[in-house]
Design a binder for this molecule. Sequence first.
Ligand code: T1G
Length: 707
Amino acid sequence: MSQPMSAAVSTDTQGRIGIITLHNPPVNALSKAVRTGVRDAMTHLLQDAAIDAVVISSDIGLFSGGADISEFATGDVEPPLPDVLELIEQADKPVVAAINGPAFGGGLELALACHYRVAVTGVKVGLPEVHLGILPGAGGTQRLPRLTNVETALNMIVSGQPAAVQSLSGLTDALVDTPEALLETACNLAQAAVGKPIPRTSDKSVAAVPDGFFEGFRKSVARQTRGFYAPERCIRAVEASLELPFEQGLEREGALFMECMKSPQARAQQHFFFAERAAGHVADYDRDTPTRPIARVGIIGAGTMGGGIAMNFANAGIPVRLLEIKPEALEKGLAVIRRNYENSARKGKLTEAQVEQRMALLQGTTEYADLADVDLVIEAVFEKMAVKKAVFEQLDAVCKPGAILATNTSTLDVNEIARATSRPGDVIGMHFFSPANVMKLLEVVKADDTQPDVIKTVMQLAKTIKKVAVLVGVCFGFVGNRMIEPYSREANRLLLEGASPQDIDRVLYEFGLPMGPFTMGDMAGLDIGYFVRESRRDAIAHDPSYCVVADKLVEAGRVGLKAGRGAYRYEEGNRTPIPDPEVLDIARQEAERLGVQQRDISEQEILERILYPLINEGCKILEEGIASKASDIDVIYVYGYGFPIYRGGPMHYAETIGLDNILTALKGYQKQLGQYGQDWFTPAPLLENLAASGQTFAQWAKQRSQS
Ligand code: T1G
């Protein structure tokens, strides 16, 4: 008969086998209640003479998602998970882990501390602590190398990526094909182990590695771990598993864990873990709001964006009608998609069969009438309002009632587009980021009339196509592109004032961005920004210096990498940016013409002048309600623009700097930069308010939602 040891843990018996069952939905996080329950259940069963062995199982879809991250802030670690796992490992009765579903972090560490492990084939296990800025702190860095090997353990711990349990030789003692067979197999294994020597993981030794192995591993991960604090400490902890006896290795692991836990990066990455999930908590609908079934999708435009968007749906097994008016453009678009899939197959990411399955889901057409039966259409045509409105008028005429009509516009007014139809309630923005089949971010733009069920349908569909959706309001550039405007403006202004593209790019690269604004601009094409500025000359006409060097570069044909020169120059067939004195000459000439005094500019000023106006714009966006919470802006910037995740996103970074310090700096530049400072460095009222009150963005948003 099942006895609850706590709300989260129960025990039962099958014959002389004690069964401990975890039940802490939604992910069996190893909260205080679970740790206490497992400790007490284990203690009880070890003392019970009628029990010969123990099985630890779960009655929800996961084995365990690991330590309860929401408890980190409390600092209450009692009873410490390592101690609970020590009790399990040192038990004098066999203990078997029945791994029915994902076992991550402390959840996998719990299984590693057991004497045996039985799992359902295909279950994913992993040690993702590095994504939280920490490392497996309950023996994972010492036990995993003992059960598998150093290379497997290092790869899992430093990448944080899960693996299918059957791919990890040495981890399990038995595999079953279905969850139904798991408990019986685990109990039989436990029974068979009674009376035999107990195989404790801590008693095993770690297989040696060749000289220079760790040095080579560090080199192999240098690029993807650049700027991160935790990966190096993960490596040191695994090194300790080879260098030290188990108990001392555990101590070393614990010390390294605490070093990471205290780091600003850990706070930032743990903030981001919840920020990403909070983006899906939307006030515009609730659990009773229905959704519309999306069985078939239409994409308008088979260019770079349309093709990438189409791939997302084919990857998810959703049939796509890809429409291009010109047959040759359609053919080209489908060929590019096929080439992308074949490249993935060459890298082993897809099988040839999967390539054909996905291509079979992509039906090309040149007729709007073929969109009559789709449930969702996404247009990805030229970024011009007249073109978009014409497309939506067509869609309004051919699409069935209830079809969702989405625009992929990156800046234009979705309300105006919606008004081009007779069904504005069905119109929404789905702003993908290029390359659309790769970038995780999807800005979902709700127009004034967009219906709640349309919003909910698209927000949930995003998960199906493996995107992280953030709901935003309508304004020029929504959130991401609106905030990238001051970022680019200031980078260009600093060029005029005497900094070089390479200095500016280096400062932002060292801050943690994948590349600086000028390298990024050259790659994307400086003409893109030029056309955007042309479309809004009225808004920037008051500042004759506005991106003036960028304009001169484009007018001189220096549109970037594709032209072999932009803010840098490029050698034939080589993408490496080469500093070009000619660009500095253009900047100098424009500075003289505009009466801008050139000077040496410090790295700190470069960083502040580029990031603080971006943060200031984020404050305006919050105040206007274009974004509902600061953490949504963080998600947009990390997933859409490569803002370093270990800084938590621009708004979290702002709070670590101190909003008062940012306000002081902005006011300083407002004075220092004369008319230019007056034009562009006025602090957002929200920034002024929070700097004065000491409130956080989250406290302000909560207060606003309650008012
Ligand atoms: N702690 C607290 N809450 C968690 C959680 C966790 N570990 N994992 C998920 N949640 C919440 C999440 O915020 C969301 O809440 C809900 O559960 C569903 O999550 C000592 C110290 C397990 C693969 O990093 O990867 O162990 O938004 O939407 O898609 O060495 O959750 O509904 O309010 O992600 O089914 C290490 C983190 C911890 C795993 C399930 N473990 N979680 O995915 O659900 S540190 C992790 C995940 C540690 C030890 C160390 C995923 C999942 P809400 P979800 P899912």
